[in-house]
Design a protein around this ligand. Structure first.
Ligand SMILES: Nc1ncnc2c1ncn2[C@@H]1O[C@H](COP(=O)(O)OP(=O)(O)OP(=O)(O)O)[C@@H](O)[C@H]1O
Ligand SMILES: [Mg+2]
Length: 504
């Protein structure tokens, strides 16, 4: 094929960070009007490659050719100008600005009066409304971004990327927080962009999604390009094999836990927020894995955050070991041996400018303080190293800043943080979001193992196979209400979906 047939040619790109060769001689070509998926395990180099295309990083070696001409971007503004836009894996909106300000920041429509320039707010509002109408999105333009749900923020980022009318749109895990319905909507937008000749580079760990939307799939492993394949000729097993470098025949470990007596109950719990969950009751047994299914907006996160003392409740009670427990703050929850691993690591979990070690030990510092107030560095380091190993955290060392880890690896550090507190009841909110298939298996094994040791697990998940794969029971919620309980080993995706969409 001639050069002219590619919109983007990535040639021999290499990029080294201290201690890691993130990209090693990567060459990939992208055709206009196609969806080109990029897959690979956590830390394989996908986001780094995209940041090199988008001008956030400069490659050490190699060229990027856009429309037949070599380009070198010093920053992302230049990339946007040349026709490349990007939806970032880590959502970075400005919380205390409204939706339209986030959308048009740095490029507001202006009008002049004599020598003076003013922002044209009327046009800004009109443009915003026109954009949302065109994309069929329901986001209020004047609301503060911090008021939006994660899925709306993600939709906003999608709208923003589309608004630049670029030739190439990079989407780095765009669907990680979207509902199934919103994913279908995004795919509609992608198909339309494709028909207009736009090339989409699409990063996701969700294989089903890739096989549905992609034309070509490039796979990376350890910073290297493994190969590019026609999506129609690929199977799930092949993708996994190319990514992991070996066969992975089981996606879920065998269940080995046996639920015992009830150790934790929630009775008639209602949120203090009228629009949130209402009258939720459930029991949790020792050694049980209770899945919570539902669509985004089912109020599952609000529910577990309220149980954990992060949000006020209006009514209802929590019983631990048969006794009433009042939990008004996370430290109180921790004292009762509860732990919560949250969904949105940027907002509630990671401290970017601290080391992997600090981030991992954070919830558990007391354990490492000796009788004289001295910190037991050796035990701390040992625990950190053990967790780096079992969770296969890809990092040059325990002292590396966590913000320098790939997204999925940051998630693993948070998971380790709560494991180290040795909770009796571990609440997980989308624990494998953004985590690659190989490591998912490790995380499932750890969850099942904990349950086998008698710990109880509550797991919110939007991934049906995951709910079905490891839950003993599944509680399904819809619009803040519990719509049913299912036997995890006997039910089906259809049954969960039916309850998840049971609006009244
Ligand atoms: N700014 C940085 N400084 C140091 N190391 C970095 C930096 N950015 C990325 N890395 C390292 O480069 C490697 C590739 O990371 P990258 O974020 O590209 O992975 P990824 O394929 O996007 O993974 P994920 O699926 O988890 O998002 C990782 O080992 C990561 O720790
Ligand atoms: Mg990434």
């Amino acid at each position: 094929m001639e050069n002219g047939n590619y919109v983007l040619q990535i040639q021999n790109l290499s990029k080294t960070f201290p201690g890691v060769k993130a990209l090693d001689d990567v060459s990939i070509t992208i055709k206009p009007g196609t969806v080109h998926a990029l897959m690979g395990e956590n830390g394989a180099g996908k986001s780094t490659l995209m940041k090199c295309l988008f001008g956030i990083y400069q490659p050490d070696e190699g060229q990027v050719i856009l429309d037949g001409k070599e380009v070198k971007f010093a920053n992302s503004r230049q990339a946007l100008k040349a026709g490349i836009s990007m939806i970032h894996q880590e959502l970075l909106p400005i919380p205390y600005r409204n939706v339209m300000e986030n959308l048009w920041l740095g490029r507001f429509p202006q009008f002049s009066v004599g020598p003076f320039k003013f922002v044209d707010y009327k046009k800004t509002l009109n443009d915003t409304e026109a954009l949302f109408r065109d994309l069929n999105m329901d986001i209020p333009p004047k609301v503060w971004v911090r008021e939006l749900s994660v899925s709306k923020v993600q939709s906003l980022e999608i709208a923003k990327a589309v608004s630049y009318k670029s030739k190439v749109i990079i989407m780095d895990e765009p669907t990680s927080s979207l509902t199934e319905h919103e994913v279908a909507h995004l795919f509609g937008i992608i198909r339309r962009l494709k028909s207009e000749g736009v090339a989409i580079i699409y990063i996701s760990h969700k294989i089903e999604e890739i096989l549905n939307i992609a034309d070509e799939v490039s796979i990376m492993r350890d910073g290297k390009h493994v190969g590019t394949y026609n999506a129609k000729e690929l199977t799930t097993d092949q993708i996994i094999k190319y990514m992991v470098g070996r066969d992975l025949t089981h996606r879920f470990p065998d269940k080995a836990n046996v639920p015992g007596d009830v150790v934790f109950s929630v009775k008639g719990l209602s949120s203090a927020k009228p629009s949130s969950f209402k009258n939720v009751s459930f029991d949790l047994r020792r050694g049980e894995i209770l899945g919570i299914g539902g669509l985004v907006g089912a109020q599952r996160t609000e529910l577990v955050e309220s149980i954990f003392g992060l949000r006020p409740v209006a009514e209802g009670e929590i019983l631990i070991g048969g006794k009433k427990a009042v939990i008004k703050s996370p430290p109180e929850a921790k004292a009762r041996r509860l732990a919560l691993v949250t969904e949105e690591r940027r907002v509630t979990g990671v401290i970017p400018m601290r080391s992997v070690k600090d981030n991992m030990l954070l919830a558990n510092l007391k354990k490492y303080v000796g009788p004289l107030g001295l910190i037991n560095e050796i035990q701390g380091e040992k625990d950190v190293q053990d967790n780096i190993k079992t969770l296969r955290v890809k990092t040059p060392g325990s002292k590396t800043f966590i913000r320098d880890l790939s997204g999925g690896n940051q998630q693993k550090v948070l998971f380790a943080r709560w494991l180290l507190t040795q909770p009796d009841i571990l609440i997980l909110d989308e624990p494998t979001r953004g985590i690659d298939v190989g490591t998912k298996y490790e995380i499932y094994s750890i969850i099942i193992d904990l349950a086998k040791q008698g710990k109880s697990i509550i797991m919110i998940s939007s991934e049906m196979p995951e709910l079905l794969g490891i839950s003993d029971r599944i509680m399904v919620m819809c619009a803040g209400k519990v719509t049913g309980f299912l036997d995890g080993q006997k039910t089906s995706q259809e049954e969960i979906m039916r309850l998840a969409a049971k609006f009244d």
